[in-house]
Design a protein around this ligand. Structure first.
Ligand code: HEC
Ligand code: HEC
Length: 257
């Protein structure tokens, strides 16, 4: 009984502190001078300091596995996520509150800024999964599962699994808990991308065991030094499922929308 009594005030003060952080930051952001009042890079970097309270120094993520890395992710992907929070397709109150008053043009600048940061990735996570689980994870990533109508993740996320700019993020360098949470959120309808939402289809084709296998295997892979998202859709490849956030010009689909 004494544990909850002790924990509650702690939790409350932590919550108050974090609300205080982002409220303070938001005030800073909204009160910031126009984009051209000072050298642009410096001003934007300063205004986005508040984001690093949760997203880690230079947006490289914090070790807790829940607040994602922003640095080096494709700019179109980051922009779409900011829109997703603003427009209710992703469900995390503090993010929505932060981006709600901001214009598309500003969100694009923010996405471009974090995308341009080139900072080291964390080392791979040690796995406790069985060899059979890891094999299943690797199979889904590289070849998919025709019986379950799961396309290979590499078909869209790239052979190197570092993503394809501008709109498809990488799958390496993400912690297991984050991968589990995101795939689970898509599967249960809590996270949405722009329609047609290809990741919702992919995630619904996966069992809970498959999600565990995927996140175990992916999080245990190192990010090769200097690895970056591809900047062009691989020639001759078609997307196996249409994705709303990926333009047909950027990636030819083999399917009608
Ligand atoms: C209070 C902590 C907090 C603050 C401050 C914060 N974020 Fe976040 N952000 C999160 C969390 C937690 C998530 C993941 C939520 C989820 O799983 O849906 C997230 C997700 C994101 C994502 C999606 C990343 C991805 O890979 O899908 C972007 C982009 C983002 N935040 C940008 C920003 C920017 C830009 C700022 C500053 C303007 C900011 N965040 C400030 C906590 C925060
Ligand atoms: C048809 C193309 C396609 C396939 C196949 C695909 N993805 Fe994706 N994936 C996307 C797109 C597009 C996004 C960005 C969605 C958005 O804008 O929110 C994405 C986003 C993600 C994210 C979010 C990353 C982050 O930083 O939050 C994860 C995790 C993910 N995919 C995992 C997978 C896994 C695992 C597989 C294989 C089982 C897979 N994807 C197969 C297109 C695809």
């Amino acid at each position: 009984m004494s544990i909850p009594r002790l924990q509650n005030p702690l939790r409350q003060s932590r919550l108050a502190l974090s609300i205080c952080h982002w409220a303070l930051w938001l005030a800073c952001l909204l009160g910031a001078p126009g984009a051209h009042a000072a050298p642009f890079e410096d001003t934007l970097a300063q205004r986005l300091q508040g984001c690093t309270v949760c997203h880690g120094a230079q947006g490289r993520a914090t070790p807790n596995g829940y607040q994602p890395r922003l640095a080096g992710k494709p700019a179109g992907y980051l922009f779409h996520q900011l829109l997703n929070f603003r427009e209710g397709r992703r469900d995390y109150g503090p993010m929505t509150a932060l981006v709600d008053p901001l214009s598309d043009a500003y969100l694009q600048d923010i996405a471009g800024y974090f995308s341009s940061l080139d900072v080291p990735y964390p080392p791979p996570q040690a796995t406790t999964a069985t060899p059979a689980t890891l094999q299943r994870g690797e199979q889904l990533v590289r070849r998919g599962d025709a019986d379950a109508a799961t396309p290979a993740c590499q078909q869209c996320h790239g052979e190197s699994m570092m993503g394809i700019a501008p709109s498809i993020p990488g799958l390496l360098g993400l912690p297991r808990d984050y991968l589990n949470a995101q795939l689970g959120a898509w599967r249960s309808g809590k996270r949405h991308a722009q329609s047609p939402d290809c990741m919702a289809k992919v995630a619904r084709s996966l069992s809970v065991g498959d999600i565990d296998a995927l996140s175990q295997w992916l999080a245990a892979q190192p990010v090769p030094p200097g690895a970056k998202p591809l900047h062009e859709w691989p020639a001759g490849r078609k997307m196996p499922v249409a994705c709303g956030g990926v333009s047909v010009e950027a990636a030819p689909t083999g399917v009608t929308r």
